[in-house]
Design a binder for this molecule. Structure first.
Ligand SMILES: [Zn+2]
Length: 188
């Protein structure tokens, strides 16, 4: 299967998972209430809202992140995952942020080389993450989420770092004409 086909089918799988397992497809509760947590490399606390401390995360995302963490073999630090509504508003998150929908993470890239960043993003793509954001004013942060319709953006001026762009093109993504404008868009 071509990488491009894989990405499309992964997106479709994510869509059907959302509708078929609306209640069972999430870990939810306060961190010490969550049962059946199966990730080797992460704890529920790492995904809790920085506002009310609650956790609601899509299981599929946790499984994927755990496989990414095993593949890259270095720590993957989660800055922000689930956000309750009030906290999302406080941090200026968009109204329909995937952080509310529970399939988004912001990853702290501090200390990682460009090569490690590229490799991390490549594995995120391989494990079903579809959408990514980079930020000039927060260069050590990568946003990744699993929305069905892939989207790429860059904020804060300039454009995506080379490792970011390279990970996408390795996956067969092509840059749209005029995409130097913010937010930059890519198509599959
Ligand atoms: Zn984010």
């Amino acid at each position: 299967m071509k990488r491009r086909d894989f990405l499309i089918s992964a997106s479709c799988a994510a869509l059907s998972l959302d509708s078929a397992q609306a209640d069972t497809g999430f870990y939810s509760g306060y961190p010490d209430q969550i049962t059946g947590w199966s990730a080797k490399h992460f704890k529920p606390q790492e995904f809790a809202s920085k506002g009310n401390g609650y956790v609601r995360v899509r299981k599929e995302m946790i499984f994927s992140l755990d496989r990414v963490r095993s593949a890259v073999a270095h720590p993957v630090y989660i800055t922000s995952a689930y956000r309750d509504q009030a906290h999302n508003a406080l941090v200026g998150g968009v109204k329909h942020s995937r952080h509310l929908i529970s399939d988004a993470v912001d990853i702290n890239l501090r200390g990682l080389s460009a090569q490690q960043r590229h490799r991390l993003m490549w594995h995120l793509l391989a494990e079903g993450f579809t959408s990514f954001g980079s930020y000039s004013h927060i260069p050590n942060m990568l946003h990744a989420d699993m929305r069905p319709n892939a989207r790429i953006w860059h904020r804060g001026g300039g454009s995506h770092p080379v490792w970011f762009r390279q990970a996408l093109t390795d996956w067969g993504w092509q840059r749209d004409r005029g995409a130097t404008r913010r937010p930059a868009t890519f198509r599959i």
